[in-house]
Design a protein around this ligand. Structure first.
Ligand SMILES: *Cc1c(COP(=O)(O)O)cnc(C)c1O
Length: 438
């Protein structure tokens, strides 16, 4: 096995001339047939990650548990169908994600509605769908949801999203459990306790659990222990025994060979162990434990493939090579200074010969996919593959410069299925007539 292969899907291989293959398919041929930029998802990687997680929960948590996928990582309808087949639940945050969940076959009881500012339409849609829980984010939202349920004369099962005040080491834009976060009920000023009181006093709201999500791309499991103990302290302080506890998602993935491998075991054992310890110590019945991975399930399964266009020498003598995609299909380097690695598709194991910056084609200097990595020679027409491209890329993609979103394929057991067709210029309807909201 080549060192780089740990970043690629588990089905990665080499063809007879050393060229890159995925799930037995020649990546260059796929790029030729479907055009670039092209995103590829590997079914075997997705299943393996979910199965590992399921096995760990089975062996480490004696109570009931559930894995719900965070749809925002990537949730095209055909991809949602795969996740449903694999047996996951799902966290949604919008009418669009709710719609795809329903179309993909998810039952309402496998769905949670998250978000810090849910609209009445979103709340109503989740209620009608029979969502397992609406995750209420603030005292104001609690009152808003109660007014809707009272008006409709229906009960709503809810969790409260608690901000446990736990700091984590990741990019500031994806830290969410610290006291200054825009998400959740703060603990230290009494909002969280007040929220539990009000929810339990409500005739229409049924409080079934507490939730915390600390942030994304985490490599340290200790904060999950802290979160579990803060949530149980909070509950104990108001004489409430939660039937369900969610510790969110956030477990990180390596994007480059400099990143440590980040096995799932420490995460699951911290979350399961801490919840178990805290509940058993208080003689409380074990709650249903929910984990909400997004990135961890989708990221490594995805690979982005581009074609090289122009090359030039920068003022510092380094080489700039432009690809035919960039920040429109992957805004992460621009948003979070994310690091990636890349290989040449025809010779993924070629020795690097020069420091190269891979830039995109969009009209902004920040459109750089990978700054200064050592690459083999690249010339017009060469294909480049970037691994770990399955999460928060296509789902955050845009039509900047009226770019068309790329085609996305699913590779599994020798088959190729289309998850998303490449957009056509006429489909970006910036010129359509304005219509008032329905
Ligand atoms: C984004 C999010 C997740 C998933 O985070 P990942 O880092 O992708 O695992 C889980 N739960 C909530 C509430 C989220 O907002």
């Amino acid at each position: 096995m080549h060192p780089i292969d740990r970043l690629f899907p588990v089905s990665v291989g080499r063809g007879p001339r050393g060229e890159l293959t995925l799930a037995g398919q020649d990546v260059a041929a796929l790029a030729q047939n479907w055009g670039t930029p092209l995103y590829l998802y590997d079914g075997a990687t997705l299943r393996q990650e979910v199965q590992t997680l399921q096995t760990l929960l089975k062996t480490q948590y004696p109570g009931v548990w559930e894995i719900t996928y965070a749809a925002k990582a990537y949730f095209a309808l055909n991809f949602a169908r795969k996740l449903h087949e694999i047996g996951l639940g799902v966290d949604v945050v919008s009418l669009g994600e709710l719609y795809n969940a329903r179309q993909a076959g998810f039952q309402g009881e496998r769905v949670h509605l998250h978000g810090n500012n849910k609209s009445e339409d979103e709340l109503m849609a989740a209620l009608k769908f029979g969502a397992h829980a609406i995750v209420v984010d603030s005292l104001e939202e609690l009152a808003f949801l109660e007014s809707i349920t009272a008006r409709e004369q229906i009960q709503a099962a809810i969790w409260l999203r608690i901000t446990p005040g736990v700091n984590v080491a990741t990019h500031p834009s994806i830290q969410t459990g610290h006291a200054a976060s825009k998400f959740g009920f703060l603990m230290e000023d009494g909002q969280a306790a007040e929220g539990i009181h009000r929810a339990r006093a409500s005739r229409w709201l049924k409080l079934i659990g507490l939730h915390a999500h600390l942030g994304s791309q985490l490599f340290d499991a200790e904060p999950y222990r802290e979160a579990a103990s803060r949530l149980t302290e909070l509950a104990e302080g108001v004489d409430y025994i939660p039937a369900e506890i969610s510790l969110g998602g956030g477990w990180g993935v390596p994007y480059t060979l400099d990143d440590a491998e980040n096995p799932l075991e420490p995460w699951v054992s911290a979350a399961a162990g801490a919840v178990r310890t805290e509940f058993e110590r208080r003689n409380w019945p074990l709650p249903k434990l929910v984990l909400e991975p997004g990135r961890r399930i989708a990221a490594r399964a995805g690979v982005a493939v581009y074609t090289v266009g122009t090359s030039k020498t920068a003022s510092d003598g380094s080489t700039i090579v432009a690809l035919d995609g960039g920040m429109a299909d992957n805004p992460r380097p621009a948003l979070y200074q994310s690091r990636y690695t890349a290989v040449r598709v025809d010779r993924p194991d070629a020795e690097p010969v020069r420091e190269t910056t891979l830039v995109g084609k969009y009209c902004e200097s920040g459109d750089q996919l990978i700054r200064k990595i050592d690459m083999p020679e690249l010339k017009r027409g060469d294909r480049v593959a970037i691994p770990v491209s399955g999460a928060y890329q296509i789902s955050m993609s845009s039509n900047y410069n009226l770019a068309q979103r790329p085609a996305v394929l699913w590779l599994d057991e020798g088959r190729v299925e289309v998850l998303q067709a490449r957009e056509k210029p006429g489909e970006m309807r910036y010129w359509s007539e304005a219509s008032p909201a329905e």
